[in-house]
Ligand binder design. Structure first.
Ligand SMILES: [Zn+2]
Length: 420
């Protein structure tokens, strides 16, 4: 795909690039790029959702770099940052975002406005071979190269001018060390900036950060395998089957909430109390429901005494619906099936909705009422039913949900006189 990429990628329609599986496996790349776009599109959520609780961990773990949101605006290279034990998911967001910005800069043949360059975490401004972040400077308002310039002369501020202006007093050598690092990279002309760009960054426009828009940028770029698959393998999933696991939620539903939820399970970034405790955010890590064992993903979905009762009810109900007894391995409950299940589509959706229900009950410290789960499942199917009526795909819908329609769980779509 690289050769396509090198040759004016923006003029090639996505459809041309993504053909059938038989055409050299491009279909697979489509999925990988979608995966990347999905990760990069979290940037939008970082920019828009104020005070969302899920931001606590990434912000906390990057506080020595100015926090996650600030970091995203920097010209960093992920591998050069000291990210310590940040969960893989977040380093992958950084990685994908780095890739997207790089590709976009190549496409646009962007000219860098030196004055607007953010100094911190910048891969081109290094001291002792490492990018830097000086918290007290940042707090005092020093973020971009232009902040270190005298607005009148256009020259870099002298040490005394700097101290007077920002009311902070780094050591003389630290100050000149940084100026040196900047001058080393760029030749700041004393005549002031040649052309002042008032243009916004492309990513300041929220629309450019949608999953679809990012996917368009990424398509064609090299595939990099995800890094956190050992956990999935430890549940008995073959490495060669992991791709099926990643695809599973996309094939089950169009509900983005559910897809993202499974995506977070796959990447081990669901909020569990053990993670919050490890980040020193809460004092204990006991389960919300049984309050006796450590709250991990495994405990929440598989091992908790409350959830065990829930799954018993679930499988009893399912055997009533289908007149078949089934037992699913832990790996299927947690990550989805790697081979087709009996009543694959209905059971898959039921599993996904059940897990999301368990998760919500945990957060709200509510007991796992089976009737409530059934209501949620019904709502999901009814949404699909509504879409099927609109799209005139009644036949498909009735076929897909047959086992539940027969039990009056959801109503069949009856043929209308005008459409079949
Ligand atoms: Zn428990």
């Amino acid at each position: 795909m690289d050769f396509i990429w090198d040759n004016k990628p923006h003029k090639i329609k996505t459809n041309t690039l993504i053909g059938d599986k038989n055409e050299g496996g491009l279909k697979l790349s489509e999925f990988e790029s979608m995966n990347k776009a999905l990760k990069a599109s979290w940037v939008r959520r970082f920019n828009t959702e104020v005070n969302a609780p899920w931001k606590i961990i990434p912000n906390y773990m990057t506080r020595h770099l100015g926090g996650f949101k600030f970091l995203l605006s920097c010209s960093y290279k992920t591998k050069e940052l000291s990210l310590k034990n940040i969960p893989c998911f977040y380093s992958e967001i950084l990685n994908c975002w780095e890739t997207v910005k790089k590709i976009k800069a190549e496409i646009d043949q962007e000219k860098i406005d030196l004055y607007e360059v953010i100094i911190w975490n910048n891969h081109e401004i290094k001291i002792a071979t490492k990018p830097i972040f000086y918290e007290s400077w940042h707090k005092a308002g020093v973020t971009k190269v232009k902040h270190l310039l005298n607005p009148n002369s256009g020259k870099l501020l002298t040490y005394q001018e700097f101290v007077n202006l920002f009311k902070i007093k780094p050591s003389f050598t630290v100050y000149y060390g940084l100026l040196h690092a900047i001058k080393n990279k760029w030749n700041i002309s004393p005549s002031g900036r040649q052309s002042q760009t008032l243009k916004q960054n492309w990513y300041d426009d929220e629309e450019n950060l949608s999953n679809a828009a990012l996917h368009k940028i990424i398509v064609g770029n090299k595939y990099q395998p995800p890094t956190n698959e050992n956990r999935i393998i430890s549940y008995g999933v073959e490495p060669s089957e992991i791709k099926k696991i990643y695809k599973w939620p996309f094939s089950v539903t169009n509900n983005t909430k559910l897809i993202m939820f499974q995506f977070k399970i796959n990447h081990n970034i669901i909020y569990t109390r053990d993670k919050l405790k490890r980040a020193n955010i809460i004092p204990d890590d006991l389960c919300y429901l049984c309050k006796s064992e450590q709250h991990t993903i495994q405990h929440m979905f598989l091992k908790c005494s409350h959830v065990a009762l829930f799954w018993n009810e679930f499988f009893d109900w399912w055997s009533q619906v289908t007149s078949e007894n089934i037992k699913l391995p832990d790996s299927t409950i947690l990550y989805g099936p790697t081979t087709s299940l009996k009543h694959h589509q209905p059971l898959s959706l039921a599993l996904l909705v059940a897990k999301y229900f368990i998760y919500k009950c945990n957060l709200n410290e509510q007991s796992l009422l089976f009737s409530l789960f059934k209501t949620e499942l019904r709502e999901n199917i009814m949404t699909e039913r509504y879409i099927a009526i609109k799209n005139k795909t009644a036949k498909l819908f009735n076929e897909k949900w047959k086992c539940l329609i027969l039990k009056d769980f959801v109503p069949e779509i009856l043929p209308s006189p005008t459409s079949q």
